[in-house]
Design a protein around this ligand. Structure first.
Ligand code: FE2
Length: 201
């Protein structure tokens, strides 16, 4: 009998990528609200962040309660449920709930260092404004900074340590909060605007 060889991939990193229906209209309203927020709410970028970005993370201004975000949050809750059900988590007994939501406005040279979202089960990113050529979101393997890549003839899903997800307007990305991610500086001189959220269950 001939040899049989199989490459098995254990413990998949599961990321849900969705395109939201009617995003153009939704984004117009969100963008208007976000720029109003940016005018009135000070940047809450924590002192430990090395990067430059306008963010309302940990803001006391409560985006979750703002009327302009209601429609967005309904969509986000639907997508979170889909993701959790896809992973066979018990959403009946332990319904997921968004406990934090904030906006990020990246100018051309702004970026976001590699980070996780602590104290959460799921996290999400929604691209409100993502002009062509703006930076993707990079997802990093747990071993990306402790292992040297062997020389590759081809980068594939089995050997890559960094996965790009392009920023596309109306795209929502949901992932487990432990998954490290980052944003490189843009190569274009236009703003990139996202809404991020954390979910517990
Ligand atoms: Fe993040």
């Amino acid at each position: 009998m001939a040899d049989q060889d199989e490459l098995l991939a254990f413990f998949p990193v599961v990321v849900q990528v969705s395109q939201v229906e009617g995003a153009e209209e939704l984004n117009q309203g969100l963008l208007k609200a976000i720029y109003e927020i940016k005018e009135t709410v000070p940047n809450t970028k924590p002192p430990g962040w090395c990067c430059e970005v306008y963010t309302t993370i940990r803001t006391p201004y409560g985006l979750l309660e703002r009327q302009e975000f209601k429609g967005f949050l309904t969509i986000a809750r639907e997508k979170i449920l889909k993701y959790a059900q896809g992973l066979r988590y018990d959403v009946e007994k332990f319904p997921p709930r968004i406990n934090e939501c904030w906006v990020n406005v990246y100018s051309a040279t702004n970026a976001q260092e590699v980070h996780r979202h602590p104290n959460s089960v799921f996290s999400g990113i929604y691209y409100v404004k993502a002009p062509k050529g703006c930076a993707p979101t990079l997802f990093h393997s747990e071993v990306s900074d402790v292992m040297l890549d062997p020389p590759l003839v081809e980068r594939t899903r089995l050997n890559t340590q960094v996965q790009h997800i392009d920023a596309v307007e109306g795209r929502m990305v949901i992932f487990r909060s432990w998954l490290r991610h980052s944003v490189l500086p843009s190569t274009i001189d236009e703003e990139r605007v996202t809404i991020a959220f954390n979910v517990t269950m």
